[in-house]
Ligand binder design. Sequence first.
Ligand code: AMP
Ligand code: ZN
Length: 114
Amino acid sequence: MTDCLFCKMVSGEIPPDKVYEDDQVLAFRDINPQAPLHVLVIPKEHIATLNDLDDTHLPLLGRMVQTAAIIAAQEGFDERGYRTVINCNAEAGQSVFHIHLHLLAGRAMHWPPG
Ligand code: AMP
Ligand code: ZN
């Protein structure tokens, strides 16, 4: 997707503040952090929303969640706790239509989320 911001981060056209990368996923710091740690974990494959997942994507989603857990531990938040969120479409507040897992940590999280 040539007009997708996060695909441009995967290609390197827009360099992310990278935290982790492998052959399937990329993780980088959010430009507008909502917590002391706010990292986005994305698949390298362009998938617009959770509604576009199929069975072939399931290992990839597992990889994304595990990557968030590894980063949380590396940053020292595995015992304190952290939150992971994937927003889907307008009412959830999705603004970039390439799926991304938010990893938030470093402050008390509220429930239910706003
Ligand atoms: P969402 O609202 O769930 O679609 O999340 C999109 C996230 O992407 C927001 O938290 C934005 O702050 C973040 N974002 C937008 N542009 C950039 C960028 N250039 N680099 C890093 N994060 C970004
Ligand atoms: Zn994309």
